[in-house]
Design a protein around this ligand. Structure first.
Ligand code: ZN
Ligand code: ZN
Length: 87
């Protein structure tokens, strides 16, 4: 399924929710926001998550894809960053 979400790259949380911009005041700032609004995958702070988000996309599928892509990217970056000797 396309709507399978990977755990949060920052806190490892799996309590992810899909938020519509309609629930935010910022909504009006989204140009061309339609009836469905823009959606973002969010690491649910109310469930102990860190609140990071995928950013807003026009469709759920795009938001999910972006979240999963980010997940991969962040993990890759973390691995690269694992330098030890600073002395
Ligand atoms: Zn909106
Ligand atoms: Zn998180």
């Amino acid at each position: 399924m396309t709507d399978k979400l990977k755990p949060c790259p920052f806190c490892g949380g799996e309590e992810l929710s899909i938020e519509s911009c309609k629930s935010l005041e910022e909504c009006e700032e989204f140009e061309g926001c339609n009836d469905d609004g823009y959606v973002a995958v969010v690491c649910d702070m109310t469930a102990g998550g860190c609140g990071s988000s995928s950013g807003y996309y026009k469709t759920k599928q795009e938001a999910i894809a972006a979240w999963n892509r980010r997940n991969k990217n962040e993990q890759g970056r973390k691995k690269k960053r694992r330098s030890s000797g600073r002395d």
